[in-house]
Design a protein around this ligand. Structure first.
Ligand code: FAD
Length: 309
């Protein structure tokens, strides 16, 4: 189902992000996580695309496996970096053939080893160009089982994207993605809901009227927090959260409790404030997500939907 249809039907959604496993052991652990999380009936799940297109096949294989062997509705991420147009078209055609309903269209993180990367060889410079390509594919190819083709999502950055310090221009670029054909926005992780609400307001002022899904990643360890700060460049960790983590000291279980509690408070507040959706960055683990559901009083995602009925 198109994400925009799901978002229209429900007051708020909850969805999960996974990344494709790179070893047998990691795959086994992920399938265990998926089995634990499937009963929570997420509105959809998304599967990341490795930096520089490094998980092209792995992303495809996980998406198709989820589609064929679970009740989950998988959304592949697809990025511009390191791809020519023919390559992107063949990836998209395979997803169309598999009946995948949506794609999250992204600029993409640069490859880890940048030595062989010539950006001028990429067919698409920015996510807006990829969105426009997908829109053309939807209009012209006729190969998707849904006559509308793919639903299209794009990324948003409540705290701003580090490559664009000009926050006015940044909203123009986000609007260009939506005007090119995106149906919804999923945000980068954030720890201050005020940043999200302000972003939502700024989108409205800029004439960006598609639903905005909030990206939430609970801190589950000190190491994880360091990694988050590296990956989500520019992420701001509020003093309130840092102080609580400091108080937990070397007690790993206490750090995790603090992080999950903090994320739960964020989710409670987002739901109270009519968020279109919450997207959990699970890091292929289920514990934090399950705890948050329990603390929100949710047996599964349907329980959230029925509140809005
Ligand atoms: C929800 C989410 C999921 C993600 N999943 C992945 C993933 O699976 N794989 C991966 O590699 N990365 C992923 N990322 C990271 C993302 O690809 C990078 O942060 C990337 O730098 C920005 O992506 P974008 O889609 O916003 O790109 P873009 O919209 O292309 O923006 C990239 C930068 O260029 C600027 N810009 C946009 N248009 C223009 C223009 N016309 N002229 C000048 N500047 C412009 C933007 O302001 C921004 O600073 C994800 C990010 C989010 C929020």
């Amino acid at each position: 189902m198109h994400i925009q249809d799901i978002l229209q039907r429900y007051q708020s959604t909850i969805s999960f992000e996974f990344f494709p496993p790179k070893s047998e052991k990691a795959a086994e652990a992920l399938y265990g996580t998926i089995a634990e999380l499937e009963p929570y009936k997420p509105s959809f799940v998304s599967v990341t695309y490795g930096a520089g297109g490094s998980t092209r096949e792995l992303t495809h294989d996980l998406v198709v496996r989820l589609k064929e062997t679970t009740e989950l509705d998988p959304v592949p991420h697809l990025t511009c970096v390191c791809h020519g147009e023919d390559e992107i078209r063949s990836i998209v055609e395979r997803y169309a053939k598999a009946g995948v309903s949506n794609i999250l269209a992204l600029g993409g993180d640069p490859p880890r080893d940048r030595s062989g990367w010539d950006r001028s060889q990429d067919a698409f410079r920015h996510a807006a160009d990829l969105v426009a390509f997908l829109k053309r594919f939807n209009d012209e190819s006729g190969s998707h089982p849904d006559p509308r083709g793919f639903g299209i999502g794009v990324a948003g950055f409540p705290e701003g994207h580090p490559e664009t310090p000009n926050r006015l221009l940044e909203m123009d670029y986000l609007k260009a993605k939506v005007d090119a054909g995106a149906d919804y926005i999923v945000t980068q992780l954030f720890f201050s809901n005020a940043d999200f609400y302000d972003f939502r307001d700024r989108c409205e002022l800029a004439g960006i009227n598609v639903p905005i899904i909030a990206g939430i990643m609970p801190v589950v360890s000190r190491k994880g927090m360091t990694r988050m700060a590296e990956l989500a460049a520019g992420a701001r960790f509020p003093a309130k959260l840092l102080r609580a983590i400091d108080r937990a000291g070397d007690d790993a279980a206490a750090v995790e409790r603090v992080g999950v509690h903090y994320a739960t408070e964020q989710c409670l507040d987002l739901l109270e404030n009519g968020v279109a959706g919450i997207h959990f960055y699970t890091l292929n683990q289920s514990a934090a997500t399950r705890e948050i559901y329990a603390s929100l009083g949710l047996r599964d995602t349907d329980a959230l939907h029925s509140r809005a009925d």
